[in-house]
Design a protein around this ligand. Sequence first.
Ligand SMILES: *Cc1c(COP(=O)(O)O)cnc(C)c1O
Length: 349
Amino acid sequence: MSTAQLTIDLDAIAANWRALDALSDAEVQTAAVIKADAYGLGIAKVARALAAAGARRFFVAVAEEAWGLREALGPGPEIGVFSGHMAGDTDMIRDLNLVPMLNSIEQMTRHFEALPGHPFGVQLDTGMNRLGMEPAEWAAVRGLVLGQGPRLLMSHLACADEPGHEMNPRQHATFREMTDDAGVPRSLAATGGILLGPEYHFELTRPGIGLYGGLPFEEAQPVVGLELPVIQTRDIAAGESVGYGNSFVADRPTRVATVSGGYADGLSRHLSNHGVLFWGEIPCPILGRVSMDLIGVDITHLRQEPKALTMLGAPQGVDDLAGAAGTIGYEILTQLGARYVRRYARAHA
Ligand SMILES: *Cc1c(COP(=O)(O)O)cnc(C)c1O
């Protein structure tokens, strides 16, 4: 077998949820954002692990993501939908008992007409200009909507990963202006917002990336490991090249391992001649271009023939790899390939 192996530590995800939960007061509820297949790690397994750790409230981006999820979680936990109530969502919202975060007057009309009395929340735009009702729009319908008993009023921070950014207090103030005296539970903070401190927590926090071991939650336990099997090794002489386009040419005798994995598995072509894999603690530079399924790696300095090399693990976390690939941890996780064999490590399954 030569497919790469992705190991996902469910205990680490549970521990990260508990650690983020402990950063807010006991009365503040901590939800879990499991959109995009739990950031690429497998929504059903991750959701069950988080529910076992104590999470009672979950969020997905779109209603379709809740299909397998409701079955995995059972009837109790609440599942919120950030995209709200879109045309065609009504059956899913009713049958899977989802709580749409309504983003516009159009969505409100649709929801109140199609599913009167069905729970909902409201998403407000406090400056990110992505989703949610604008202040003026909200002011116009606020009384009417509050009369329908929303479960939650929420907004999202654009710059929470930069604690000193003036956008944070600005959005905080706008959120308070829009929601003070509403008498409804509120939520503003994702992972970055939790770290900004208690005034950002309100009644509910919504961490995502921190659960999966990514920045800005520096104290996170690492969650993913990725081992790429070595398919073949060879010795090349000075002047010989490796991979497409001859972009690497050896300046001395070099031992090259060809490992299984490439850009089809979410390993960016930006890592070409630039990224490193590890053998234990020893870095092994990528030689030449990352191709669709294969990567050439310099193992000249290893004493042994490696069976596999580490792309993600103790020596290189998700954000280290993201740095080398010119992206962010979020993108590394959500691009993890479908081809990987996924192994879920869990002390108490
Ligand atoms: C993705 C998302 C989150 C989680 O954000 P992280 O930065 O991953 O913690 C929370 N709220 C909304 C609205 C989101 O889109």
